[in-house]
Design a binder for this molecule. Structure first.
Ligand SMILES: *Cc1c(COP(=O)(O)O)cnc(C)c1O
Length: 410
């Protein structure tokens, strides 16, 4: 396995040192193969909103798997999950299930291009939308430039259709959208992939207006934020409605499942109802459907609020620790997601995030890991809470992270 892993960030490249190998998980904790326990704030990079090995998910999987693991034929579970998602997210009028967030965003972009007859689209510096060629492009200097491939193997012809603007910079988006007919503006409504960066007040509204005025579609990539920042997603939290939405992570409850959906007139263009082709052998897999249904049924608005309250307490505690140790620090949360940077000023863009004290983060990460707290091994990732992170876990984490901050400071 290249780098010893199945996905790059797991290799601890951002923090140095040897990654551990995991043996099992339960609730808020995971255990490595040597038997050491960690409080887990990564949660499989977001999906496990009920915690590890959550009983409702295990029960649903057990019952479902005894009837067979895959059919390649529609099951009632798919219908149930589609109904649940379209009920909770009213702007998702129709939904197509896929197996990864990468497929969801790639397919939503294809649909946007088909619907508008345009090739170019705009993304934001530091937003991650999976690893399809079109999305593996970074900004030049925060100015509107032709895309340069971020990865060898992405042809210039593909990358040149990707425009990049800084997050929270509506003026640059407006200028690009005026010059270039865009198929779509795709955004993580709250960024979780260059650290945790909330949108400025009015930013998403401005994107909505620019998209509508210029004939582009607005795509909210909610693969990470969906069922994390609010029970009804970004539309509920920010009052802005996207044309298309991508989902993943939480909707699969820890199994490979993602989806894209949105306006009925657009989704009806997807094959076989329309001519925009997109397919998958394991799409709608019954085990993934069962895990997703069990997760979303358990995740009531009341439970969401309970997790959010504990997340707020954790973040407030971290801010106090940083103040006590005189460490430059900024932190925020939304729903059951949170994030922090070692920097005094709030972070509004990826450029700001890169201005945080990354060396301090590395020391803090390892000091936390040593004390049995697992944070994402990169200064540019969000963190997650689950229903299994109770008050005792929050207290334990705060105590250990306070010590970790003191050690990293020394
Ligand atoms: C994780 C993520 C993806 C990619 O999902 P995969 O299932 O890893 O392919 C896409 N968009 C966002 C916002 C994500 O956080």
């Amino acid at each position: 396995m290249p780098g010893g892993v199945s996905s790059p960030v797991r290799a601890f490249g951002g923090v140095g040192g040897e990654p551990f190998v995991v043996a099992r998980g339960e609730g808020a904790r995971i255990w490595d193969v040597d038997g050491k326990a960690y409080l887990d704030f990564v949660l499989s990079w977001g999906p496990l909103v009920l915690g590890h090995a959550a009983p409702p998910v295990l029960d649903a999987l057990e019952e479902t798997m005894r009837r067979g693991t895959s059919f390649g034929i529609t099951t009632e579970l798919e219908v149930d999950l589609a109904e649940l998602i379209t009920r909770r997210l009213p702007n998702v009028e129709m939904v197509r299930f896929v197996s990864s967030g990468t497929e969801a965003t790639m397919s939503a972009l294809r649909l946007a291009r088909a619907a508008t007859g345009r090739g170019a689209f705009l993304k934001f510096d530091g937003c991650y939308h999976g690893h399809a060629d079109s999305f593996l492009v970074r900004a030049g200097s925060g100015v509107a430039t032709l895309g340069l491939p971020n990865s060898p193997g992405v042809p210039d012809a593909v990358a040149s259709l990707t425009r990049v603007a800084p997050f929270n910079d509506a003026d640059t988006v407006r200028a690009i959208a005026r010059d270039t007919p865009l198929a779509a503006i795709i955004v993580e409504p709250l960024v979780g992939n260059s650290g945790f960066i909330p949108p400025d007040a009015g930013f998403l509204q401005a994107l909505r207006t620019i998209a509508t005025d210029t004939g582009a579609l607005l795509i909210f990539d909610e693969v990470m934020t969906g069922f994390r920042i609010a029970p009804g997603g970004a539309r509920e939290r920010y009052g802005v409605t996207a044309d298309l939405t991508t989902l993943g992570k939480v909707i699969g409850g820890g199994l490979p499942l993602a989806a894209y959906g949105g306006r009925r007139d657009l989704m009806e263009m997807i094959a076989p109802q329309g001519s925009v082709y997109q397919a998958g052998t394991l799409s709608g897999n019954p085990l993934a459907m069962a895990a997703g249904l069990a997760t979303l049924h358990a995740l009531t608005p009341a439970l969401h609020d309970r997790i959010e309250a504990r997340t707020a307490r954790l973040v407030a505690g971290l801010i106090s620790s940083a103040a006590r140790h005189d460490v430059p620090f900024t932190a925020a949360h939304a729903g059951s997601m949170f994030g922090f940077f070692f920097r005094r000023e709030p972070v509004r863009s990826f450029a700001d995030a890169k201005g945080s004290d990354v060396a301090f983060f590395r020391r803090f990460f390892h000091a936390a890991l040593e004390r049995g707290v697992y944070l994402a091994p990169s200064p540019f990732e969000a963190a997650f809470m689950s229903a299994a992170h109770g008050d005792a876990e929050v207290d334990a984490a705060l105590e250990r992270l306070d010590e970790a901050m003191r050690e990293a400071r020394a």
